[in-house]
Design a protein around this ligand. Structure first.
Ligand code: GCU
Length: 601
């Protein structure tokens, strides 16, 4: 029996081994193994790969990754996997949108490609960086298991140095997207469960000691910049940080791989109206990381959110990563289109539902001056009592925060969505809120909470552990009328800012009707007028995020109006057809200033 496999002499061992996945679970990439890509010229491995679907996980059971590349004429024994027999597919991609018969595939799949490699300088290290794979991934290089990753929307890094060969190398990624009760999210979601290697894949060539994390942010008083570095190893030494436009250059002492320094500075503040970014350079030894960073302060005062010391009212819209042609793959064009439509609505804010979006979203929002709520998919029911599930959620949150730590546009870390208020859920999510604050004291924490039905108030035990309360409410859609909203708003005294993190109604494009006719564009438009009138007049409401920008795929919705789509979009899934509610909401947003002052003329 080898360390990681069954009896070498029994060719049928894999038929009886239901514990086949355990050996691979030992080497999992986590937030602690992330390597920042900022300013690094990675070697892209995007492009054409071979893909073979693997519904029964035969690849892990039979260890397909150990097979040679020989043609059938040279096979000594029969096999069930042949790389070239797989489909040629683009990476990044979601298999669901590549072939009609793959639309609803939920299982394992094997991506394989070859690449040429020539060794670099002595001591050079090479790290594989994967933008995201939904949900579980295991990576094999030349037949060796580099490691795996759990979590469908965050990046991961695995060291490849020891297994690279001069010349031709074979890289295989097993990706598995099954929905399971112990995962984050669980198996019941209101979006489409795309699967695949759906964000960029690259190799990073690095010196023997390199920078894993590098951040710079204004101190709470706005008078200085805190620089932080985390190295690949527990090395001592000096890092150099520079912001040339500020004439700032400082040596940061590094001890056991960690360095931190506060340097007085007065950068021009980043804001939605003036999204000023600075080039920041971090260097340690031979490694250099460069970031474009906006400097701003965030705080909560009473029931207001303050950006750079001034109240800001969040005029927002929610977005999913969902595209008719691309599935969950986000392109720069797709991201900029989202922002154009949000701007046309009059938004200064987007909620990136319900999982970490592509890294480029926050980078582009930094440039364009939009504010973001980023979150992890602790969505609806979760196995809150399961320590492994908590570890998974905490790791996804940590990977999101570490990835986007330098993004001025990200102002809120969302730790959950519409979770029932139980003791297990409270303990689980308090842990997440604490994790967010520990990793990043500079940003605000939130969660999209439900209302307290017994007291009919905006009350949730988790709220005491959050900076901002998110409230999902659908009075006028799932609830019969707006009287409940009047009652709720009058009956609540949350004592901290509340953002209506979701509110919306379905409308089938071009379906019309007067009065409250469900699924008509007319009702969706009236819905927003009625909602906004009440919310904008409530002092503790600091903003709202309409649910949502575009219709999106979901298997839960099958009426003649929906046919597999959630129709609460302000635009249809073609991302062109604006519904009447789009204009109605834009009119409402135009009556409230960036600071929340109303001018209803
Ligand atoms: C919930 C949930 C969303 C869902 C929406 C809806 O609030 O958070 O993910 O799509 O309601 O019912 O449309």
């Amino acid at each position: 029996m080898t360390a990681d496999s069954g009896p070498a002499d029994d060719p049928f061992h894999h038929l009886h081994d239901e514990d086949y996945a355990r050996p691979f679970a030992r080497r999992m990439a986590t937030a602690g193994t992330l390597v920042t890509r900022a300013g690094r010229d990675g070697i892209s491995l995007d492009g054409e790969w071979h893909l073979t679907l693997d519904l029964f996980d035969e690849g892990l059971r039979q260890r397909w990754f150990e097979l040679d590349d020989n043609p059938p004429s040279q096979w000594a024994t029969p096999r069930d996997y042949e790389i070239e027999a797989g489909e040629r597919v683009p990476v990044p991609s979601c298999w669901n949108v590549l072939k009609p018969e793959w639309t609803h595939f939920e299982g394992g799949a094997w991506y394989t490609r070859w690449f040429d490699w020539q060794p670099g300088e002595a001591g050079e290290r090479t790290v594989l960086h994967v933008g995201a794979a939904n949900y579980l991934a295991h990576v094999f290089l030349n037949g060796a298991h580099l490691g795996g990753h759990q979590g469908g929307s965050t990046p991961f890094c695995l060291e490849a140095t020891a297994h690279l060969s001069p010349g031709r190398n074979r890289l295989q990624v097993y990706v598995e997207n099954r929905r399971r009760a112990d995962r984050v999210p669980m198996h019941h979601i209101d979006w489409f469960n795309y699967g695949g290697l759906y964000r960029e894949v690259a190799l990073l060539r690095l010196p023997p000691v390199f920078v894993r994390q590098a951040s710079a942010a204004l101190t709470a008083d706005g008078a200085a910049i805190r620089f932080r570095l985390v190295l690949s190893d527990a090395a001592d030494g000096e890092a150099l940080v520079e912001i040339a436009e500020l004439g700032l250059r400082a040596v940061v002492p590094v001890k056991a791989g960690q360095g931190e320094m506060i340097v007085p500075a007065k950068p021009v503040r980043w804001s939605p109206a003036a999204p000023r970014l600075y080039d920041v350079r971090f260097a340690f030894g031979a490694d250099v990381v460069t970031e474009r960073i906006g400097f701003r302060t965030l705080e909560v005062r009473g029931t207001q959110i303050l950006l750079n010391g001034a109240p800001i009212w969040l005029k927002g819209v929610c977005v999913h990563e969902d595209d008719l042609a691309l599935g969950k793959v986000a392109t720069e064009a797709d991201i900029r289109r989202r922002f154009r439509h949000a701007r046309e609505l009059g938004c200064n804010f987007l909620r990136l539902a319900h999982y970490p979006h592509h890294e480029a979203v926050a980078r582009i929002a930094d440039e364009e001056g939009l504010l973001l709520w980023a979150e992890v998919p602790v969505y609806w029911a979760i196995d809150f009592a399961n320590p492994a599930t908590l570890a998974d959620a905490r790791n996804q949150l940590s990977e999101l925060i570490i990835r986007d730590i330098n993004r001025a546009s990200v102002i809120l870390w969302g730790v959950g969505n519409e979770n029932a208020d139980t003791d297990a859920r409270l303990a689980f999510m308090v842990e997440l809120a604490r994790t967010a604050k520990h990793l990043d004291p500079s940003r605000l924490t939130a969660a999209a909470c439900l209302i307290n039905r017994e007291r009919f108030a905006i009350e949730d035990r988790l709220a005491a552990h959050l900076d901002v309360i998110g409230l999902n409410e659908y009075f006028g859609w799932y609830e019969p009328d707006f009287l409940g909203l009047d009652r709720l708003l009058a009956n609540s005294d949350p004592g901290k800012p509340v953002i209506v993190s979701e509110t919306g109604a379905d409308a089938a494009p071009s379906h019309r009707g007067a009065g409250r006719v469900l699924f008509t564009e007319d009702w969706q438009a009236d819905f927003y007028r009625e909602q906004f009138r009440r919310l904008a007049a409530t002092p503790y409401i600091a903003g709202l995020a309409a649910w949502l920008l575009y219709d999106f795929r979901t298997e839960r919705r099958q009426t003649r109006f929906q046919r597999g789509f959630n129709r609460k979009g302000l635009l249809a899934e073609d991302k062109k057809t604006r519904k009447r509610a789009f204009f109605a909401l834009a009119e409402q947003f135009a009556t409230i200033g960036e600071d929340g002052t109303r001018h209803p003329d």
